[in-house]
Structure formats: C-alpha cells, structure tokens
Design a protein around this ligand. Structure first.
Ligand SMILES: Nc1ncnc2c1ncn2[C@@H]1O[C@H](COP(=O)(O)OP(=O)(O)OP(=O)(O)O)[C@@H](O)[C@H]1O
Ligand SMILES: [Mg+2]
Length: 259
C-alpha cells in the first residue's frame, strides 16, 4: 500500500470558472502533505481532483495530469470508481451513515465494492480498521449501536476506519479536525502520524500548528485576487516552509498577516 502522486500542469474548472491553475506537485508515499492557504484559494477543489471527486459536480473538469505511481488517473480507460477505491477521502464534518451500526459504517465501502464477504471476514475487516483508526477499544462492546451515537471525534475516527477498510493507497482529508474539540483533534493528529506508516496522506488544514505537527511537506496555495484562479505558491519540507519560506506571501500567511 501507499503510492506516490505526481501532478503536472493541472488546471481545475467549474464550468467556465478556472478555480485552480498550473499546479505541479509531487507527493511521496508514506508521507503527510499539508495544503494550507486562505479561504477560497482552491485547496478543497484541488484535493478532490486527486481522487476524481471533482468531476461529480456538473460542468466540472480538469486539464493536465495526475499520476498515481506513474498511472494517469485521468486516462480515458480509467474508471473513476476504481480511483476512489485507491484514493479514499475523509471530510470536514464526520459523516457516518446515521441509521447504520458502527460495524456496518466501517464496512459500507467494502460491501459496495465486493460482491460478498463472509461474516468472519466482515468481523476481521471491522476490527482491523477500527484498530488502525484508534477507535476499537472505545466501541468494541457496542459494534451494533448506531454510528450516530458516537461523539464528534469518535465519528471522525469511524469515518477514517471506513476509509481504511477498503485498503486504499492514499487518504485525502479535508480539514478533518475543524469540527472537533482539542482532545479529539490531538487524537486524529496522532492517528495521522500512524497512518503515514502505511498510507500516503494529504490533509487540508487552516491550523498552522497542525500543519507543522503532522506534515512532512507543506504546500501553500494563494489567490492573486478574488475571482482569479488559485495557484500553488510554494511547496517544500514543512520545517523549511515554516522557518524559512522563500516567498513573501508564504511568510505573511504563516505568520498570520493575512488569510
Ligand atoms: N461547486 C462549485 N461550483 C462552482 N464554484 C465552486 C464550487 N466549489 C468551490 N467553488 C469555487 O472554487 C474556488 C475554490 O474553492 P475551494 O472550496 O476549493 O477553496 P478552499 O481553499 O477549500 O477554501 P476553504 O478554506 O474556505 O475551504 C472558490 O472561488 C469557490 O467559490
Ligand atoms: Mg476547503
């Protein structure tokens, strides 16, 4: 598991509106990359191009290349459903299926993908995924209770378990902690540190401390002006970006002078 991502000359559109322009970026396997930048600069939009979720919006499309270990995700023969199996996603608000049990939430993606799994396999996948998501001990005695009965932080870890259950190569997270309290946030950050042993992780965050705590590489996006496309301004080792950025806009942003 875990693959590298190479993005070349990527432009991202919503119909006629070019939301993101000219992105070139490489992401190594078994690392965490943080996307930072002011609201509206296209972080979420760009993130969703990495598993072809962008194009589910009518009129939305991309130009350029996104490669997963050298394979172009946008090649005509590629099935976007397969891409989303390899590149999983966790959203800003925990979104467990409210009427499904904890266990069935974990298995939701697996059941969608494979025709049939035995009860023993289902138990094994649920336990493995919940353990990897650091949630097993908290829920092992109530696997058949509804997922909506968990706390926000637990629900987010449940969603991470659900993403892991299908054994993806890459996990994309769009502000996964923005709806969580500080304790749950730290739990997720610890978990991200563990996940990168196995997966390629990409996280969008507005929290500079979080970016510097969890990521190996940081990519700063910005807008030239309202209505203009977002661009990748600077990318590099997180330590360098936070201590010694080369661009003034990066420095202004990370020191809180704008955005
Ligand atoms: N479904 C959509 N249709 C049309 N335009 C959109 C859509 N979603 C986002 N946009 C536009 O694309 C641009 C980038 O938005 P995006 O949500 O990617 O920014 P962001 O960096 O994730 O912001 P935030 O930090 O607030 O989440 C914005 O101008 C936004 O209005
Ligand atoms: Mg966003």
């Amino acid at each position: 598991m875990s693959k590298r991502i190479d993005v070349t000359d990527l432009n991202v559109y919503y119909g006629k509106f070019k939301a993101v322009e000219g992105v070139n970026l490489s992401i190594q396997p078994r690392t965490v990359t943080a996307f930072i930048g002011p609201s509206g600069c296209g972080k979420s939009t760009f993130l969703r191009t990495l598993n072809r979720m962008h194009e589910v919006i009518p009129g939305a499309y991309v130009e350029g290349r996104v490669e997963l270990d050298g394979d172009n995700l946008y090649a005509p023969e590629v099935d976007p459903v397969m891409v989303r199996r390899e590149v999983g996603m966790v959203f800003q608000r925990p979104n467990p299926f409210p009427t499904m049990s904890i266990k069935e939430n974990v298995l939701a993606g697996v059941r969608l993908n494979s025709r049939r799994i035995s009860a023993a396999q289902a138990n094994e996948i649920a336990e493995r995924s919940l353990r990897q998501a650091n949630l097993w001990n908290e829920v092992k005695d109530r696997l058949n209770s509804p997922g909506s009965g968990l706390s926000g932080g637990q629900q987010q870890r449940l969603c991470i378990a659900r993403a892991i259950a299908v054994r993806p190569e890459v996990i994309l997270m769009d502000e996964p902690c923005s709806a969580l309290d500080p304790i749950s946030t730290l739990a997720i950050e610890d978990l991200i540190g563990e996940l990168k042993e196995v997966y390629t992780v990409v996280i969008v965050t507005h929290n500079m401390q979080q970016a510097s705590r969890v990521s190996d590489q940081t990519a700063f996006f910005n807008l030239a002006a309202q209505g203009k496309p977002g661009r990748l301004i600077e990318v590099g080792a997180t330590e360098t970006i936070f201590s010694n950025p080369t661009k003034k806009a990066t420095e202004d942003y990370i020191t809180g002078r704008f955005g």
